[in-house]
Design a protein around this ligand. Structure first.
Ligand SMILES: [Cu+2]
Length: 320
């Protein structure tokens, strides 16, 4: 027994200072362990770890660089005036026609020409890529999530325009390399005469037998953070419950466009906890938004009820 203990004791290294004096067998063991660790390190590095893009691929230099949005203080994002570090190319299999479905391929590339695929984007609001598509009169708004296509950088979706005119597609996504929201835009045209739609301010609307109301602040002023309230109630005298269901990880999504479609603001309710749905009889959700420029804006609310998504437009004036 003592023999064994003595033997073990002689084989125990005495710490780093004793290393040069290690017997050959222990040196060999140390070398093997080091080699295995290195092999594991290079194996893990070799495994596909996702994006091949880095933050430099999304860098924009010069004036008008796109400011990243701070989700805690949602703002209107001037997508068209700003220079996006991402280039979009839009193609459809058949020319887009009013009330007909076309299949589109959206190609996303960095300014340097590198494709942007699903591995390069983070999931935000349950999706990697959100497209906010709107017609020139701002009366056909659709929110679409394209699927990755076969070629790197390609994203595919089906879309049925409900009106003629030059549609604008705003892409809303978050590169893995920067972890911050980024935006880009592309246009396509649906043939036909664009009717002049004069929109008047309206903050109430009835859709699917439900009364929707958007309550703006008493004076909705540009450059000042404003509070908005979205209220929903069943129409008619006898009130029925209106249980809101989560859609893309929120009880409502609100998107505002200016008349020129220079950009958008994408808002989410301050009630973030999905385990605490709003009141069933009269749900009420609160939003905050900062709109820098005065003018007329459409504010589209998107909610989900009984498995069906409902889109409701409101029109407001933002004062100087
Ligand atoms: Cu949203």
């Amino acid at each position: 027994m003592t023999d064994i203990l003595d033997k073990l004791a002689t084989e125990q290294p005495d710490g780093p200072a004793a290393n040069p004096l290690l017997p050959p067998r222990q040196k060999r063991q140390a070398a093997i362990i080091t080699a295995l660790a290195l092999a594991l390190y290079f194996f893990l590095r070799w495994l596909p770890t996702g994006t091949s893009l880095n933050h430099m691929d999304f860098r924009v230099t010069g004036k008008g660089a796109l400011e990243f949005c701070d989700p805690a203080n949602p703002q209107f994002i001037p997508v068209i005036a700003a220079k996006s570090p991402v280039a979009l190319m839009l193609k459809s299999d058949t020319p887009p026609v009013k009330n007909h479905e076309s299949h589109f391929t959206l190609t996303m590339r960095t300014a340097g020409g590198k494709p942007i695929g699903p591995a390069d984007l983070l999931v935000s609001h349950t999706q990697k890529l959100h497209l906010l598509i709107v017609d020139p009169t701002l009366s056909d708004y659709q929110h679409i999530h394209p699927e990755p296509g076969r070629r790197a950088g390609d994203w595919e979706f089906a879309f049925t325009p409900q009106r003629p005119g030059a549609y604008r597609v705003f892409a809303d996504f978050t590169p893995v390399a920067t972890s911050r929201g980024l935006y880009a835009a592309a246009d396509f045209t649906v043939p036909g005469e664009v009717a002049t739609v004069i929109q008047t301010v309206n903050t109430t609307s009835q859709v699917n037998n439900l009364n929707f109301e958007l309550v703006p602040p008493g004076r909705f002023r540009a450059g000042i953070s404003a509070d908005l309230i979205l209220r929903i109630e069943s129409a008619g005298v006898e009130k029925k419950p209106v249980p809101l269901e989560p859609v893309m990880g929120a009880f409502a999504h609100v998107v505002a466009f200016d008349e020129q479609r220079s950009g958008f603001a994408h808002l989410h309710p301050q009630q973030l906890d999905l385990s605490q749905p709003p009141d069933e009889m009269k749900p009420e959700l609160n939003f905050k938004v900062l709109i820098p420029n005065p003018g007329r804006y459409v504010i589209w609310a998107q909610v989900k009820l009984s498995g069906e998504e409902v889109f409701v437009p409101f029109w407001v004036d933002v004062l100087p």
